[in-house]
Design a protein around this ligand. Structure first.
Ligand code: ATR
Length: 290
């Protein structure tokens, strides 16, 4: 019952995840179930693809409307877009592609959109304020640890939401490069320990420090964490990193790395269907399958 083949008709919209290998992807299960739950006339297939450009040229009918990209095709997908979301362009990778009504293929990086959405949700929940259309990140001092791919994504995402961005990285040069691109400040990771120009700052870790198996490591010592009201860690193995544990002990709201993945599924569903995501169903499906 995963694919509802009997329901496929002339109006069915085709989606899929493009990768190689693709057999183990959980995405078809996730999106087909979610489509069905809101009565969206769509299907989502695992697409084992060698050459992304050839695939897109072959399946160019308007019914093929949405793709997710996974290893090793995120860069090839990027190169096949007619249009690219400005932040995905800065990051240099896409994870989602939509065929617009005019036939143009537009690329997005939903990984970064998911991370920012997870942080915003954490802030809204802790403020008890669900109303208001502005981002709860607006005006906040947002410290991003790390200046690699994920650091770039978070820094650009924070800037887009109106946060004041600080990039903290082990190698200061890379911090400086990224900070100048987002119009923020740069600091070395070592200096961050004594950096607290104000209270209630937001912290995001995108370094690999604290990842399994070296779970006793942490990118920022506990005494520094009391200046932050929310801490997000992009690491999801383990789910509760030492950084998050100590942040929680220091009174901060914590946002798990797994929330980034869950939120990117919400964002992607909404881009595919134009409908609000069935959030609880998506959470339950991911919890069962991961
Ligand atoms: P990703 O795509 O996940 O962001 P990446 O591009 O390899 O991964 O970036 C890794 C980030 O983790 C970098 O910011 C790196 O800092 P440097 O630029 O100084 O290398 C950071 N990082 C990795 N190991 C680290 C460590 N032991 N201490 C501090 N930072 C570390």
């Amino acid at each position: 019952d995963l694919y509802n083949f009997r329901q496929i008709g002339p109006d069915t919209k085709v989606h899929g995840v493009i990768g190689n290998p693709i057999g183990h992807s959980k995405s078809p299960h996730l999106y087909n179930g979610a489509f069905k739950s809101v009565n969206f006339n769509g299907i989502y297939l695992p697409l084992l693809v060698d050459n992304v450009a050839n695939f897109l040229n072959t399946y160019s009918s308007p019914d093929f409307v949405g793709y997710s990209y996974t290893i090793p095709h995120k860069e090839a997908g990027f190169n096949c877009c007619d249009e690219i979301d400005p932040i995905a362009k800065e990051i240099g990778a896409i994870s989602c592609m939509i065929r617009k009504p005019d036939g143009k293929l537009k690329g997005y990086n939903v990984d970064y959109l998911g991370a920012i959405a997870a942080i915003e949700e954490g802030l809204r929940a802790s403020n008890g304020a669900s109303n208001g259309s502005g981002s709860p990140l607006a005006g906040k001092l947002f410290v991003v640890m790390g200046a690699g791919g994920a650091g770039k994504a978070l820094a650009f995402g924070g800037k887009e939401k109106g946060a004041r961005v600080v990039v903290a990285n082990r190698s200061y040069d890379k911090a400086k490069q990224l900070a100048s691109k987002v119009g923020g400040e740069a600091i070395s990771l070592a200096e961050l320990e004594n950096f607290h120009p104000e209270e209630g700052m937001i912290l995001a870790n995108t370094t690999s420090v604290g990842m399994k198996p070296k779970i006793e490591n942490t990118p920022l010592p506990k005494h520094a964490l009391k200046h932050y009201s929310l801490v997000f860690d992009a690491i999801y193995t383990p789910k509760l990193t030492r950084l998050l544990r100590e942040a929680e002990e220091s009174g901060a709201t914590i946002v798990y790395g797994t929330e980034m993945f869950i939120n990117q599924a919400f964002v992607q569903f909404e881009k595919f269907t134009g409908l609000p995501a069935p959030k609880q169903l998506i959470r339950d499906t991911l919890a069962r399958n991961t």
